[in-house]
Design a binder for this molecule. Sequence first.
Ligand SMILES: [Mn+2]
Length: 460
Amino acid sequence: MILTDLNHSKATKNHRGKIMRSIKFIHTSDWHLGYMQYHKIERLADFFKAAEKTIEIILEEKPDFVIHTGDLFHKYNPGPGIITQTIKLLDKLKTANIPIYLIRGNHDGSSARSLRLGGTALDLLSEIGSVIHLKDEVIEEEDYIIAGMGYYGTQTNGKFHELLKTDFSNLKKEPFTIMMLHCFVEGQMERIHDLSTFHVENQKQFDYIALGHFHKEWIDVSARIYCPGSIEHTSSNEWSIPDEDDYVRKRGLFVVEASPPETPEDRWEISVETKYYDTRPKKRINHRLLGTTREAVDDELISVIEENDLEGSILNFSFTSSLPLTDQAFFVSSHYEEKASKSLFTKVRIDYEGFELPSFIDESPDVAINKIISDLLKDKKKEDRNLIEKMLNSAIDHFQDVGGGEKAKLKQEDFIDNVLMTDLETLVSADETKNKEDETVKDADEEKEASNYSLDNWME
Ligand SMILES: [Mn+2]
């Protein structure tokens, strides 16, 4: 492995007399190249532009090496054009003699698929020398050790601890040791993680635990876990760090400098700086509609949309209204989406007051769906509950094949826009009569029904 000369000033000897130099590296993650979000060619280009900016920053920073913690590609089978463009980008690092170490993310392909088909696109890149693909292994360089494990989903805990016992068991405290992972760890999100009991065990072995998979910037200094997030926003859930005008543009990478310990008892000293660059402007607009007639709400919707319609932006409007549900069925999202004519893409949602998609819907669609249902059922009058139950029954088919986050979200939106809002009006009149007849039976069965609609049974 050829490395650039490490000519940083700080160098100390370890207890065996070996000189340890400061090292500098870049941590980037989740490039998702090939993702054509919203079916827009501009979005396909946006991810490449973000990758270009990342490469530019890397070339300016002149690090010793780069680590990439997975999801280089958005799909396991990127097209020839996507691979060609990716190779061209990575060649800039090769020319500058900056190695890039990379692991397999869930989007790059599953472990099983890789075994079956003889590798992933990452292996192709590795074969031609564009990247160094770490496949659950450790590489010992002169000045650092770098370990990497691909994505294993629910198998992560077992796989990781298995590797710690075998290949990883010889890792020493020195030189600087990096562990690259593509998974959710405890503490990132309320309910979901692939890897638990992580903090205590690994501080001993690793100086820098590099994470991918979680698309937002996230650091746990005490546990030495670092996650730079994705290079572009793959979902509106990731729209954080707004600029002064409230549009979100910033994405970044980590510039890491590590100084060797002064004494064998000390740890490496790490400084992490985020270098930001701008991406396409995005904005989420939550607005409570105050209008009390259909006409007033229509005017209000259009005026809020036009106010926020920035050239080339991506807009996500979430309106709530206390208008009767029967009135709300008249507001068709696509009609209002067309009003944002300057934006690249606009999503409009008009909901019951107080009803919102859970923020973690992409990370865990099944948990999120359950939360939506329980929110819908909670605090609703018995008449509403009866209606919602009917609509849920008719929506079951829509959710049967929920797989990834984006897909689940589309299903959700489809359900809310088409099933919930459209069916409502027709159901209202029929149900008003039926409800009265069934009231006595419903009272007795209420407890039983609530448990039927916990939805654990029909969610896969
Ligand atoms: Mn990802």
